[in-house]
Design a protein around this ligand. Structure first.
Ligand code: PNS
Length: 159
């Protein structure tokens, strides 16, 4: 079975990679797909995020990296896929993710969303927190792969 793991991935973290690694073991193929959202100001553009994800997942052989705009359910339908995978961290994620899953189900009843609980070591991790920590000079090496850390440092500090 092929699944879509959608998100902003600005940038990809060890939390995302944990979900991707676990999915890659359970499914035939995982399509990681980045939402193209012009309304949202991001640190990395879509091409940069695709490149970082490809590099960070190059050791896994059943991964595809893609991007989409518009509705997620339309994108998965167009790809002939009926399963969306999302990661769940804290209770705070639940309300939003439940709403999204229900809206998506109303928009296309063939599409199911499954949730993987975040591994405990990454339960606190988010791309926003990583960017915030990096901007304040914090050590983010435990949160993102070295290539992502370098890319963040280049953007933020110009080094
Ligand atoms: O990493 P994120 O920011 O939590 O990812 C959210 C994402 C991209 C999965 C979600 O915003 C999404 O699916 N957006 C596409 C638009 C859509 O289909 N929205 C649901 C119906 S309103």
């Amino acid at each position: 079975m092929i699944v879509v793991y959608p998100g902003s991935f600005d940038p990809i973290t060890y939390g995302h990679l944990d979900i991707i690694k676990r999915c890659s073991k359970k499914f035939d193929k995982v399509i990681i797909s980045i939402l193209k959202n012009d309304a949202k100001k991001t640190l990395f553009n879509v091409q940069e995020r695709v490149a970082l994800i490809k590099e960070a997942t190059k050791h896994l052989d059943n991964i595809e990296v893609d991007s989409f705009s518009g509705l997620l359910v339309d994108y998965v339908k167009q790809k002939n896929i009926s399963l969306i995978v999302k990661g769940l961290r804290m209770v705070a994620d639940f309300e939003y993710e439940m709403q999204m899953a229900m809206i998506n189900k109303r928009l296309n009843k063939e599409v199911e969303t499954v949730f993987l609980m975040s591994s405990s070591e990454y339960i606190f991790l988010s791309s926003s927190a990583v960017k915030q920590a990096a901007r304040a000079g914090g050590d983010i090496s435990g949160f993102v792969p070295p290539i992502v850390r370098e890319a963040i440092n280049q953007k933020i500090k110009g080094v």
